[in-house]
Write a protein that binds this ligand. Structure first.
Ligand code: GUN
Ligand code: ZN
Length: 435
């Protein structure tokens, strides 16, 4: 007998990018709908009036009437060992790394510490409605082992890797080109493709990896083409100047990664704020992904992501959205999208509520190449689901009194919402977090 569950509420699921097809054609919306889940996957969805009478006998119905049912949210760049770095005062990127981050990350040599933090981390993601994330560990294999083990236990779809870093940090945080390669390979063999887990080869950034280590990262990718690549690119002017000094042969920061074969459609480049046009062209041609991390970019004073320049017709760069905890300041993808909206505003550009909700669901799923599994409520996909209450706080409920249509309601939810708006989170059809 299949395990079944139905959810009733206001269903919103994207089918296309609103920036490409317009808001109206981009999504399915049912004011009073039902999603039927069977054995962890979406089996059907439709109007409650049609569906309720046809549900197989005994199917429990979770009543979320009046609340929004969306696919689980996706965070494409976050650091496991920085849950106790978030909100560290007073520095920009390179000093912040030395003063706070590289101190805290040393604690992850201890598996028990890593396991405790991994447990908190996944609890917190799910409490925020985030069901999939691309996660950086510390340099220690313990950090990746702890996260993968906990994600496997909870059956969440997660992408993660230990960072590779062989220079530019305290000795206790350094691997070598050889050990970084060997340990990453062992982690790939141990975890990649197990349950819902994926490995991301993770050279931290060009400042902390030698030529030899970046070459080793390229070899890992070539040997394991199903794996992801995640790193940081063009976040801060001092960082970019350091990269120029360390790689005098390179035409640009992007060129450093390009020379070692690190660009591609499974490559996620965090930040991409200060790119030159030639770099955007290479990212576009290689189908690499530029990851916008707005709360981090504002908190660390890094700069304003130029969405329009990246998306420019002719040579569009694929874009994703992420928290970047602990440079970022909120685990909530709603709040992250709200800050992205403000960054877009500061650039004099426009972004609709539907574009933002697309970005944190199907948009991020597509950026990860996982739209066949997650990111929508399409029948056959995995039933990772979030239920949002657009009236979660008195101020939201008060504002909602004057919201005239769905687009306006969604915009209020986006700008005022955070984890308090998360009514329930489901992983493969099972409720895991309820406010
Ligand atoms: N660049 C290299 N490492 C990091 C990190 O941990 N956070 C951010 N925001 N940028 C980085
Ligand atoms: Zn980061």
């Amino acid at each position: 007998m299949p395990v079944r569950r139905a959810l009733r509420g206001r269903i919103l699921s994207f089918e296309a990018d609103p920036a490409e097809v317009g808001d109206a054609a981009s999504h399915l919306y049912l004011e009073d709908g039902v999603v039927l889940v069977e054995d962890g996957r979406i089996a059907a969805l439709g109007e409650a009036g049609d569906m309720l009478g046809q549900l197989p006998e005994g199917t429990p119905v979770d009543d979320h009437a009046g609340h929004l049912i969306l696919p689980g949210l996706i965070d494409t760049h976050i650091h496991l060992p920085q849950t106790q770095v978030i909100a560290s005062h007073g520095t920009q990127l390179l000093d912040w790394l030395q003063k706070y981050t590289f101190v805290e990350e040393q604690r992850f040599a201890d598996f028990d510490h890593a396991a405790r933090i991994a447990c908190f981390f996944l609890d917190e993601l799910l409490r925020n409605g985030t069901t999939t994330a691309a996660v950086y560990g510390s340099v220690h294999t313990e950090s990746a082992d702890a996260l993968f083990a906990e994600a496997l236990r909870r059956n969440t779809r997660m992408i993660a890797g230990k960072v590779m870093m062989d220079r530019g940090a305290p000795a206790a945080l350094l691997d070598t080109a050889e050990s970084g390669y060997r340990e990453s390979k062992a982690l790939i063999e141990r975890w990649h493709g197990r349950g819902r887990l994926h490995y991301a080869v993770s050279p931290r950034f060009a400042v902390t990896s030698s030529d030899a280590q970046l070459e080793a990262a390229g070899a890992l990718l070539a040997e394991h083409p199903g794996c992801y690549l995640q790193t940081h690119l063009s976040e801060n002017p001092d960082e970019i100047a350091t990269v120029r000094r360390l790689f005098p042969w390179a035409k640009s920061y992007t060129d450093v990664y390009d020379r070692f074969g690190l660009l591609g459609e499974r490559s996620l480049f965090g930040h991409c704020i200060h790119l030159e046009e030639a770099e955007r062209r290479r990212l576009s041609a290689s189908r690499s992904v530029a990851v916008l991390c707005p709360t981090s970019n504002l908190f660390l004073g890094s700069g304003l992501f130029d969405l329009a320049a990246l998306r420019s017709a002719g040579r569009p760069v694929r874009v994703a959205l992420a928290t970047d905890i602990g440079g970022g300041t909120s685990y909530s993808m709603l709040r992250t999208a709200a800050e992205a909206y403000k960054v877009v505003q500061l650039r004099g550009q426009r972004w609709s509520a539907l574009e933002a909700l697309y970005a944190i669901t199907l948009g991020n799923a597509r950026a990860l190449g996982l739209e066949g599994e997650i990111g929508s409520l399409e029948p056959g996909t995995e039933a990772d689901i979030v239920v949002l209450d657009a009236r979660a706080t008195p101020a939201m409920a008060h504002r909602m009194e004057t919201a005239r249509d769905l687009a306006e309601q969604l915009f209020v939810l986006l700008i005022m919402g955070d984890e308090r708006a998360v009514r329930a989170t489901y992983v493969m059809g099972e409720p895991v977090s309820r406010a």
